[in-house]
Design a protein around this ligand. Structure first.
Ligand SMILES: *Cc1c(COP(=O)(O)O)cnc(C)c1O
Length: 393
């Protein structure tokens, strides 16, 4: 047991804390507070760091209108996964040249819809999908998603479901050309919240081999590498600074491609929007399972089904702020629904003060990504997580 004095995580300044707290007062929990300025700063940092890359925001991380409109204004491109996301982004007068259909799993009718709207850049990782693209979006540019290894360093892996092996990538590029499409590039995603930067090294090397083989054996010159997302947000476990990611990944590219680096696309989701969010919840109940039980259960009005799905398997560990202080002990943290899956943290014991009471607020920082977009619509009647945009200063 450690004494707990009230303290803020490093990335939350006292001024920001005050703004959020004042704004959150008297509002019914749970809800997310989003600071759009923070997303703008992260976007600037990204385009300044990777000044040779084109940024395609992965809309799924947080599809809030305010985020899309701000990024559209800043000149961002968009990585889009469904016709619904497409319609949403089109509302903000984003030209179809600034979008890609990044989902490798798509219906024929949806390909036709993207084509009709003018989108001409498509991800693929299978022959069947490639043939569908050739038929419903003829003449388009395609990039082939390859499997990446070493997603162990990722807190939220994405790799197993998507991508094909390099051999198949070569075959698909050749087939694309034969079908009248333009084999344009290769993509990968090293896994979300990737804390091991070296994983990019292996992925880029793999891409290089595909580029070489296509050039030497089939006279196909690919033009683009889509390096996906994977850049980190500020959770409990430390990551390298963003600048280190920029330096290292740029070095990997130069090692493999020298001065002839192809067009580079980045598809950040989490790293742009996560740190801009603070989720505000109430403590619903505190209990012990027997008179002698060592551990307290703390139930909050937010759980896996209304915003915290990424705590599944305790994958993403958010930092939590409480204003109570004093002696603390490890608790089990769970959500409000009648499903025993709805437990956020049990193996990892968050230390919360013994003085914590029902009705107290818990503030979950860096919750701007994969929370609102990931919540159920009516499980146990609880509505999806709502959000507010923090008014400008
Ligand atoms: C989800 C996703 C992203 C965003 O990844 P983050 O790790 O959140 O940055 C990028 N590209 C594709 C294809 C995705 O599916």
């Amino acid at each position: 047991m450690e004494p707990n004095t009230f303290s803020l995580p490093e990335h939350v300044s006292p001024e920001m804390w005050k703004r959020i707290k004042t704004f959150a007062e008297n509002k019914e929990t749970p809800f997310l507070v989003l600071d759009i300025d923070d997303i703008r700063r992260k976007y600037d940092q990204l385009v300044n760091g990777f000044d040779y890359a084109n940024v395609y925001y992965a809309v799924k991380a947080n599809p809030a209108d305010e985020i899309i409109s701000m990024l559209a204004e800043q000149g961002s491109n968009f990585d889009i996964a469904s016709t619904y996301e497409l319609d949403k982004v089109l509302k903000y007068d984003v030209a179809p040249e600034r979008m890609s259909f990044g989902n490798t799993i798509k219906k024929r009718a949806d390909i036709a819809y993207f084509h009709e709207k003018g989108v001409s850049l498509y991800a693929t990782d299978s022959e069947a999908d490639l043939r569908n693209i050739a038929e419903y979006a003829p003449g388009s540019r395609i990039y082939i998603r390859v499997l990446t290894e070493g997603s162990e360093g990722a807190d939220w892996p994405l790799s197993r479901k998507f991508g094909c092996n390099p051999e198949m990538a070569v075959e698909l590029a050749v087939l694309a050309r034969d079908l009248g499409l333009e084999p344009y590039g290769v993509s990968f995603h090293v896994g979300s919240q990737q804390r091991d930067i070296d994983v990019w090294d292996g992925a880029i090397a793999k891409v290089k081999v595909i580029f070489e083989r296509l050039k030497n054996e089939f006279d196909i010159a690919l033009k683009m590498i889509n390096m996906g997302g994977g850049f980190p947000a500020t959770y409990l476990y430390k990551t390298n600074e963003f600048d280190v990611y920029v330096e290292e990944i740029t070095r990997f590219l130069k090692e493999d491609f020298g001065d002839e680096i192809p067009e580079i696309i980045l598809e950040p989701g989490r790293s742009l929007v996560a740190d801009a969010g603070v989720l505000v919840s109430d403590v619903v109940l505190i209990s012990r399972k027997s008179a002698t039980a060592l551990e307290r259960w703390v139930y909050t009005d937010v759980g896996l089904f209304n915003g915290l799905i990424e705590t599944m398997g305790e994958s993403i560990k958010y930092q939590i702020i409480t204003e109570r202080s004093g002696e603390a002990e490890g608790v089990i943290l769970a959500g409000p629904t009648c499903d025993s899956l709805d437990i956020m943290y049990e193996s990892h014991k968050y230390e919360l003060p013994l003085s914590l009471e029902i009705g107290d607020r818990l503030y979950w920082t860096s919750t701007g990504a994969y929370t609102t977009s990931y919540s159920s619509v009516e499980f146990n009647g609880f509505p999806p997580l709502k959000y507010y945009v923090l008014p400008a200063e």
